[in-house]
Design a protein around this ligand. Structure first.
Ligand code: SF4
Length: 356
């Protein structure tokens, strides 16, 4: 159960109901002599009716609302800034209670939005092609801060629009904040939470092999692996995690990941000119993934201030894709959305825009 914490000003901060699972909430309200079904009522208020205060929870007695508001609080990240790309992508900057910031991205589809949420403030994984990695690591997000990005964006959405897919590919490595990420997913998929199907949720990881195996045992969501190289030497230069979990270990963990029905693993491959985008790299990649039920997303490197890499030409990218298609892989060249507002893959920093 989340316990009270000490705030910046040394006050004891009451626990946030939005950090509690259903079981934790049941235990919490039992101290007021309340039965378990009350916890389900509260969950529905929090995640389906977007209640921002205890006063909103009109099917609870006034006395109980007073008791619970003396002992707990409801807190969410606040939207600080929204930037809109020329392609319709939106980047949302959120302020957290301790003054730190994170970003989410809303990506437009035909009739819906996909939201890319953050799971950490910064990231300790240090991938060379990623602006978030350059910022260093500040802290893990709490469950309330992960689900809160979705709550805020959903309640801000115009009538008739909705979020259909959730991808955990924003700031941070979700599997390095395992407990809070899984708790958030359980709330997102619960029928008394947001009610999303597991099939609509994707976790992206840089390749923490043991946690991939653990995730497969705990929860069944789509898995995307940020691969980015066909051999250990190149991958080790781009992604320090590869030194701890080299490709053989990573791919073994991927093979053990349960993928029910017709679901496939996704391998993300950021193409970087002169590093991993040659025909030879494509051939090696085809050999590396042989026999795996997977699809490949090919993404041109997105530049950011201070980045040392550049994207290959479109011709080079198409030649890379063609080699994979010739080897009978599903390989898609993904258009990077929102790069003009630094909202594309690898460009999030959690900082306010610089306006002239
Ligand atoms: S790519 Fe992902 S794991 Fe790597 S530094 Fe960026 S946020 Fe972290």
């Amino acid at each position: 159960m989340p316990s009270p914490r000490i705030s910046e000003t040394n006050c004891l901060v009451k626990p946030n109901l939005k950090d509690m699972s259903l079981t934790e909430l049941e235990t919490f309200i039992s101290r007021f002599g309340k039965q378990k079904y009350r916890a389900r009522q509260i969950m529905k208020w929090l995640y389906q009716a977007h209640a921002g205060s205890f006063e909103d929870m009109t099917d609870l007695s006034k006395a109980f609302r007073n008791e619970i508001s003396d002992a707990a609080r409801i807190a969410l990240p606040e939207i600080v800034e929204t930037r809109v790309s020329k392609d319709g992508t939106k980047k949302i900057l959120f302020g957290l209670e301790d003054g730190l910031s994170i970003e989410s991205v809303l990506i437009p589809g035909k009739n819906h939005w996909t939201v890319c949420v953050s799971t950490q403030v910064g990231c300790q994984m240090g991938c060379a092609f990623c602006m978030t990695g350059r910022q260093g690591f500040k802290r893990n997000l709490l469950p309330s801060e992960i689900t809160g990005q979705i709550t805020r964006l959903r309640s801000d959405m115009p009538e008739g629009e909705n979020i259909k897919n959730i991808v955990m590919m924003g700031m941070g490595e979700p599997l390095a904040n395992y407990e809070n990420t899984v708790k958030a997913i359980r709330i997102i998929t619960s029928e008394i939470g947001f009610g999303f199907s597991h099939r609509k949720i994707t976790i992206s990881t840089c390749g923490i092999a043991p946690m991939i195996e653990q995730l497969g045992k705990d929860i069944c969501v789509n898995l995307a692996i940020s691969l980015n190289a066909p051999d250990d030497i190149t991958r080790g230069r781009l992604m320090p995690i590869n030194k701890k979990y080299p490709l053989t270990t990573l791919l073994d963990a991927c093979r053990n990941y349960p993928m029910p029905g017709r679901r496939m693993l996704t391998f993300e491959y950021i193409l970087i000119a002169g590093v991993n985008s040659s025909a030879d790299s494509a051939e090696k990649l085809a050999r590396l993934l042989r026999g795996m039920r997977c699809k490949l997303n090919l993404i041109a490197f997105n530049e950011f201030p201070g980045s040392i890499f550049s994207a290959p030409s479109l011709d080079e990218m198409q030649a890379f894709q063609q080699i994979l298609l010739d080897h009978h892989y599903t390989a898609i060249v993904r258009a990077s959305k929102g790069s003009d507002i630094l909202a594309a893959c690898g460009q999030l920093s959690g900082q306010r825009s610089q306006r002239g």
